[in-house]
Design a binder for this molecule. Structure first.
Ligand SMILES: O=C(O)CCC(=O)C(=O)O
Length: 270
C-alpha cells in the first residue's frame, strides 16, 4: 500500500506517475501485435482512425481486440490507482491507441479535454489515462513530453479549453520531462496534465495503448461507446463487468471515431 500512496502522491504533484515492469515482455509483444492489427484495420476505413498530427493517428478499439484486456484492467497497480484516485465505483470508459510513425511532428502543448471545476477549484482528479508503450522508447522515437505539475491549471480561456496560448510555450518547455518507458511499464496521468508528442525520426513506429478511466459523474463515457459481445461480457470477471461501461451487442461493428481534435490535426512547431 505504501507503493500506492507514493504513486498517488507523485500523481498529485507531477500530474503523472508510473509503475516500471508491470507486465512481461511477452505480454507486451502480444499487446503490440494487437495494437498494430487494430491500427491497420482502422486506417483502411473512412473514419476508422483520426489524425493527431502528421503521421500520427488515434484509434479507439474494442476491448476484445486485446488478448490481454482482462490482465490489463485487473492489474493490481492499475486497479489500486483507480480506486485510490477515482473511488470504488470507477468507470472504464475508453480503450484505444495512439501511433506516431517516422515523420510525426511536435504536437502543440495540450490536455485531453477541458478541466472540470472539481479539478481547477478543488484539486480533485476525476479522470485518469493509463498509457502502455508497445516498444522500448528511444530518443529518436518522438517520446511523449509532459509538463509536470500543470494538471491544476484552469485553462477555461484556452482554445477548446485544451490548448494553452503560444505565449505559455516557453514555460511548458521549461517544465517538460521526456518519457522513455520500456515495454512492460505503465504510466498513469491526469488527462489534464499538459503534454505533447515530439518529432519522430525513427523508422520504428511507437504504438501506445490509452486506457481512460473516470470517477462516477465525470461524463466521458458519453463521448465513447464501448461495445462487447455477449460471450466476451459473460466471460469477464465480475469485478471487471462492474467497472466497464459498455453496451453488449450481438455483433461488433467497426468503430467510427467520434471526436476529432482539430487542434492536433496539423501538428505544431517545437
Ligand atoms: O504519446 C504517448 O506516449 C501518449 C499519447 C497519448 O495518450 C496522448 O497524447 O494523449
Amino acid at each position: 500500500m505504501d507503493d500506492i500512496d507514493a504513486s498517488v502522491r507523485a500523481l498529485y504533484q507531477d500530474g503523472i506517475t508510473a509503475r516500471k515492469g508491470a507486465f512481461s515482455r511477452d505480454w507486451v509483444e502480444n499487446l503490440r501485435e494487437d495494437m498494430m492489427t487494430a491500427f491497420w484495420e482502422a486506417i483502411q476505413r473512412p473514419g476508422g482512425a483520426v489524425g493527431r498530427g502528421p503521421r500520427r493517428w488515434y484509434v479507439e478499439a474494442h476491448p476484445q481486440a486485446f488478448r490481454g484486456f482482462v490482465d490489463l484492467v485487473t492489474h493490481p497497480w492499475i486497479t489500486a490507482m483507480c480506486e485510490a484516485v477515482l473511488g470504488p465505483d470507477y468507470e472504464i470508459v475508453e480503450i484505444g491507441l495512439d501511433v506516431p510513425f517516422q515523420g510525426a511532428q511536435y504536437q502543440p502543448w495540450h490536455r485531453d479535454f477541458p478541466s472540470p471545476r472539481e479539478s481547477y477549484e478543488e484539486r480533485r482528479i476525476t479522470s485518469l489515462a493509463f498509457n502502455l508503450t508497445g516498444v522500448d522508447v528511444t530518443p529518436d522515437m518522438g517520446p511523449l513530453e509532459v509538463a509536470h505539475g500543470t494538471q491544476w491549471e484552469e485553462g477555461r480561456d484556452w482554445k477548446g479549453g485544451m490548448f494553452p496560448p503560444e505565449t505559455e510555450a516557453a514555460r511548458y518547455n521549461a517544465l517538460a520531462v521526456r518519457k522513455f518507458p520500456q515495454a512492460g511499464d505503465v504510466s498513469c496521468r491526469s488527462a489534464l496534465t499538459i503534454h505533447r508528442g515530439t518529432a519522430h525520426g525513427s523508422p520504428i513506429c511507437r504504438p501506445v495503448l490509452v486506457l481512460g478511466v473516470d470517477a462516477p459523474g465525470a461524463g466521458h463515457a458519453a463521448l465513447h461507446d464501448v461495445t462487447v459481445t455477449p460471450d466476451f461480457h459473460a466471460a469477464l470477471p465480475q469485478g471487471v463487468r462492474r467497472h466497464l461501461v459498455c453496451r453488449v451487442v450481438d455483433k461488433l461493428v467497426p468503430i467510427v471515431q467520434k471526436h476529432q481534435i482539430e487542434g492536433l490535426v496539423m501538428g505544431a512547431k517545437a
